[in-house]
Write a protein that binds this ligand. Structure first.
Ligand code: 5AD
Ligand code: FES
Length: 352
């Protein structure tokens, strides 16, 4: 096995220059051996269980204009929608019947969803389904807002940092958005007591091995409970339309080394990974991922939450995705778990 991978496995950390070396050496690394190792580490913590999260894309209005994203404000071809509180609760109830015990409420940064409105939604879900976890993924907000939502019952929050490199962040975002504020949000979330997910796109325009080394250094220092990574996929109505998509091989490699870096991590095999390859999500699990996020959004709106072109599952019903996912996971020897799927060690800080 590669010396740096051995070192990573033993120390749970590398220096920045070592990360760069490891990334540059990727083509010479035996990935079968690497993935066997990352699976072993994953299975020592989570066994063969794969956790599922029901993703509810509840609004595609967004006040931001991120250059990579299909629902950015400036895309006037995007057909906008918002789900009502009742719609959202219905999605959760349907999901509960299908075995989901975590709901991820994801949306653009939509000012309609004030703290008060979101609090009501979170409270309503927790009241009807007290044995379920609610994850929010609604972008940058104030520390006070995060605190209110936590007190309403949300216990997890996903906010990808997108990149941990300041210059790269500027290439991906308009000047009103800053890496400093993104990092402030992540710190606030952690301090409040959320299980926090960060993450980034693989192969986003301008990303270099140095940028990825910064991402890995950030993950190493921040110690999130979740890391969402998936390939960048161009969207036709964005400035990045002509850019190439991120590679399958690099995404799988990163999943594997991130698993070695933080063995307890919740690591999704993302929809974007399933979009660039018909077996992308299965390959992600075989590289060390342990979470899948089938879509629970009502089928009428799915085709409108298009962050990138070619997104899979836009024509399917909740139950179809749920059982399709189960078949896919069982075929590779894993098991879809009916459980909240908390991060191992989170409620016992000494274990992390
Ligand atoms: N390709 C892949 N992922 C994307 N995201 C946004 N746009 C794209 C794209 N074009 C990701 C971002 C965001 C998450 C919700 O989706 O990383 O944080
Ligand atoms: Fe959606 Fe397979 S997971 S159709």
């Amino acid at each position: 096995m590669d010396q740096l991978i051995e070192k990573l496995r033993q120390n749970g950390a590398l220096e920045r220059n070592e990360w760069i070396t490891l990334l540059n050496r990727r083509s010479r690394i035996d990935t079968d051996e690497l993935f066997a190792l990352s699976r072993e580490v994953r299975e020592s913590v989570y066994g063969k269980d794969v956790y599922m999260r029901g993703l509810i894309e509840f609004t595609n209005y967004c006040k931001n204009d991120c250059y990579y994203c299909g629902i950015r404000r400036g895309n006037n071809k995007a057909e906008r929608y918002r789900l009502t509180e009742d719609n959202i609760l219905d999605c959760c109830l349907t999901g509960y019947g299908l075995g989901f015990r975590t709901f991820v409420l994801q949306g653009g940064e939509d000012p309609y969803f004030t703290d008060g409105r979101l609090e009501r939604i979170v409270r309503a879900i927790k009241k009807s389904l007290p044995d379920c976890a609610v994850t929010l993924s609604v972008g940058e907000r104030s520390g006070n807002s995060y605190e209110r939502l936590f007190n309403a019952g949300a216990e997890r929050y996903l906010l990808r940092n997108e990149t941990a490199n300041g210059a790269h962040y500027k290439m991906l975002h308009p000047p009103v958005l800053s890496l400093e504020n993104r990092m402030r949000c992540l710190r606030d979330l952690k301090e409040i007591g959320y299980q926090v997910g960060c993450g980034f796109m693989v192969g986003s325009p301008g990303q270099t091995p140095e940028c990825l080394a910064d991402d890995l250094m950030f993950i190493q220092a921040f110690k999130p409970q979740m890391v969402g990574i998936g390939p960048f996929i161009p969207h036709r109505d964005t400035a990045f339309a002509p850019k190439p998509q991120g590679s399958l091989g690099l995404t799988l490699f990163l999943l594997a080394i991130i698993r070695l870096l933080l063995p307890n991590l919740l690591l999704p095999a993302t929809t974007a990974l399933g979009t660039i390859h018909p077996k992308g999500r299965e390959l992600g699990i075989l590289a060390g991922a342990n979470v899948v996020m089938p879509n629970l959004s009502p089928s009428g709106v799915r085709g409108k939450y298009l962050l990138y072109d070619g997104k899979i599952c836009t024509g399917d019903e909740a139950a179809e995705c749920r059982f399709c996912m189960q078949r896919r996971i069982e075929r590779i020897g894993y098991k879809l778990a009916v459980s909240r799927g908390d991060c191992v060690g989170f409620y016992r800080k000494d274990l992390i």
